[in-house]
Write a protein that binds this ligand. Structure first.
Ligand code: IMP
Ligand code: MG
Length: 173
């Protein structure tokens, strides 16, 4: 059976906001190279769109992480399923995420990546559910704060489906 999906944020609105955030990054890193780290799989769509709009030199790498424990509630530990291909030492890293929920995955990932001595590290997320945060986590760039609803599209999945939707939607139950 097909799930019913309600549009939360239209494609045009998502794209306009990504352009705005890319502009901020380009300004801040003028004269430098930014090294984007995509957290797979969800961050891939956002990273492509973001990187196309950044005007300073960009390099990129990809990583897959998962939290230990239950599937629905993420725990504090992060397990690396696919590590970065290159060293981040001395680089201006920006971690690119699809969504920040509890913040646990990202916090653990940031702690791990700081040990690899980047010159700087920032976090850029497409979506944030601030009401769900359980750990203190600084986020440098957020496209949209959203309410506590389960969303899909633009890289985000429900049971591995709907990542390819060009807008952000809510699966109606
Ligand atoms: P947390 O911030 O450690 O709780 O985990 C965030 C991760 O949970 C994201 O990277 C997503 O993979 C997943 N997630 C959280 N909320 C949603 C949602 O609304 N839709 C799809 N995936 C979500
Ligand atoms: Mg994610």
């Amino acid at each position: 059976m097909e799930d019913k999906i309600r549009v939360l944020i239209e494609e045009d609105e998502v794209d306009a906001k990504i352009s705005e955030i890319a502009g901020k990054i380009s300004e801040k890193y003028a004269g430098k190279t930014v090294h984007l780290i995509c957290v797979l799989k969800g961050g891939a769509f956002f990273m492509c769109e973001l990187s196309k709009r950044i005007t300073v030199p960009v390099t990129m790498d990809f990583m897959t992480v998962s939290s230990y424990g239950s599937n629905t509630v993420s725990s504090g530990n992060v397990k690396i399923k696919k590590d970065l291909d290159e060293s981040i030492e001395g680089k201006n890293v920006i971690i690119v995420e699809d969504i920040i929920d509890s913040g646990r995955t990202l916090k653990a990932l940031c702690e791990l990546l700081w040990t690899r001595k980047p010159a700087s590290m920032e976090v850029c997320t497409l979506l944030d559910k601030p009401d769900r945060r359980v750990v203190d986590m600084k986020v440098d760039y957020t496209c949209f704060n959203i309410p506590d609803e389960f969303v899909v599209g633009y890289g985000l999945d429900y049971d591995q489906k709907y990542r390819n939707l060009p807008y952000i939607g809510v699966v109606e139950v």
